[in-house]
Design a protein around this ligand. Structure first.
Ligand code: GRF
Length: 193
């Protein structure tokens, strides 16, 4: 991935659907000197996504794509091209990208997932962790391929599950770890650490 690194930072798009706490952290860390990336575009599948406020706060272009039809991804691809985006971070994006889209950005899309993959792909990971009485859980940053939450793992962080834990308390602690590892994974990809 080093070859993407030139004098300038790699223009990156972050795809969201909700709160955007990972987005916020990525924006803040991307402003540091050592960052290989610069967030150049925020894509949201929901016009009411809380995370869109960071587009205003940090003056970053945004694009809301409410519909999810054949043309949606074509429109997204156009926006990515206009904004010269060459790297994509999915951060709570609630849509599944098509094979075609992923092929277009092969090896250049990463995602953060709230479990220790390959365990608990998909939704409601924390509920499943509680139900199965897992001793540990955590989060994973991985490459996106055409199978859900199955791409090569870049970085993981583990936390302990306590007896008194609920899905909500785990969610809170895992999210803190997510904020720590997402940017670290990016540094790792671009050989900055
Ligand atoms: C995170 O838990 C992430 O792992 C999952 O969606 C959530 C997004 O949270 N894919 P936020 O919008 O970044 O706060």
């Amino acid at each position: 991935m080093k070859k993407l690194l030139g004098k300038n930072k790699i223009l990156t798009a972050v795809f969201i659907s909700g709160k955007g706490t990972n987005l916020k952290k990525l924006i803040q860390l991307s402003k540091t000197k050592k960052s290989p990336i610069k967030i150049g575009l925020i894509i949201s599948s929901d016009s009411k996504a809380e995370g869109l406020k960071y587009s205003i706060k940090y003056k970053i272009n945004k694009y809301v794509i409410k519909k999810n039809d054949k043309n949606s991804e074509i429109k997204i691809l156009k926006k990515l091209e206009i904004n010269k985006i060459s790297f994509i971070c999915l951060a709570g994006y609630m849509r599944i990208l098509s094979k075609k889209f992923i092929k277009n950005f092969k090896g250049k899309i990463i995602n953060i997932h709230p479990s220790l993959l390959p365990k608990y792909k998909g939704l409601n990971t924390h509920e499943k962790v509680i139900k199965n009485k897992e001793k540990y859980t955590g989060c994973t940053v991985h490459y996106v391929n055409d199978k859900l939450d199955s791409g090569k793992i870049i970085l993981q962080k583990k936390i302990k599950v306590f007896k008194h834990d609920t899905a909500d308390s785990i969610k809170k602690r895992v999210l803190e770890k997510e904020h720590q590892i997402y940017f670290k994974a990016i540094l790792k990809i671009f050989n900055v650490i």
